[in-house]
Ligand binder design. Structure first.
Ligand code: NDP
Ligand code: 8X3
Length: 252
């Protein structure tokens, strides 16, 4: 089997754009997410670039479902060259005293435990082959904290720490570990964060030009096309209209 990449959360946004970018770079792809219909549609489009695609539809918060999905792969598909840990979300934007337990649990279980559950399945094969590249999709929220971002920011700070920890532990095994940390990207992210309230979601991007999913995929393309001796540890990618997590064109 030629080179293989796995993208979690490929049913929309950054994950979907990254899957297209990887297909253009000749990777056979494993794409994951809960919405199977979207995975099927995406697989059809990706196959037009003459690559092979496997769909794994499961909820990354459920350890047994994650293990089962992984075990359903043929052995040669488990030899993954690039893992993009992208599945994630913000749920709610409330001051800590008003936050919903269910939102917190969903973010922690997806952004932190979900990332770990996939990574621990992929790593052993990378170690055996003494190569691989893990790219964790973090955020500006991984290095800054903003009002009402509390638990989301905590999960992305955790992604930053895990990225650094993985890089140290996997160094002897010749495995690259990177993170990409975008600022505002217009995807389904804000619709999900505001529990489907499209008006609130649109307001997030009002009056400025945010990044789009392809901008982030382009940055990931830069990371995966570096020569073997070069690793991009972290890339902070912001819209020109956003100077920091809280300072942007609207409040300049
Ligand atoms: P989207 O909402 O467009 O995409 C999120 C993806 O994650 C979807 O494919 C979704 O698939 C998947 N996902 C969410 N929960 C689960 C779950 N429980 N099980 C399996 N898959 C899941 O948002 P983005 O593309 O913007 O987000 C991608 C990543 O980028 C996230 O980690 C986010 O934190 C990060 N990020 C986003 C920024 C932004 O401003 N948009 C900025 C910085 C980082 P499905 O619903 O089908 O399961
Ligand atoms: C998503 C971007 O600014 O909402 O990670 O934290 S932000």
């Amino acid at each position: 089997m030629d080179k293989i990449a796995m993208v979690t959360g490929a049913t929309s946004g950054i994950g979907e754009a990254t899957a297209h970018m990887l297909a253009r770079n000749g990777f056979n792809l494993i794409i994951t997410g809960r919405r199977e219909d979207r995975l099927k549609n995406l697989a059809e489009k990706l196959k037009e670039t003459n690559i092979e695609v496997k769909i794994l539809s499961f909820d990354i918060r459920r350890l047994s479902a994650t293990n089962q999905a992984w075990n359903s792969l043929p052995n040669d598909w488990k030899q993954i060259d690039i893992l993009v840990n992208n599945a994630g979300l913000a749920a709610g934007a409330d001051p800590i005293q008003e936050g919903l337990w269910e939102d917190w649990e969903q973010m922690i279980d997806t952004n932190v435990k979900g990332l770990l559950s996939i990574t621990r399945l992929v790593i052993p094969e990378m170690i055996k082959r003494k190569k691989g590249h893990i790219i964790n999709v973090s955020s500006i929220a991984g290095s800054e904290v903003y009002a009402n971002g509390n638990v989301y920011c905590a999960t992305k700070h955790a992604v930053h720490a895990l990225t650094k920890g993985m890089r140290i532990d996997l160094l002897p095994h010749n495995i690259k570990v990177s993170s990409i940390s975008p600022g505002m990207v217009e995807t389904e992210f804000s619709i999900v964060r505001y529990h489907g309230d499209k008006q609130k979601a649109d307001k997030v991007y009002e009056g400025l030009t945010p990044l789009n999913a392809n901008d982030v995929a382009d940055a990931i393309e830069f990371m995966i096309t570096r020569p073997p001796h070069v690793n991009v540890n972290d890339m902070l990618l912001m819209p020109t209209a956003q100077a920091s997590a809280v300072y942007n064109f609207r409040n300049k």
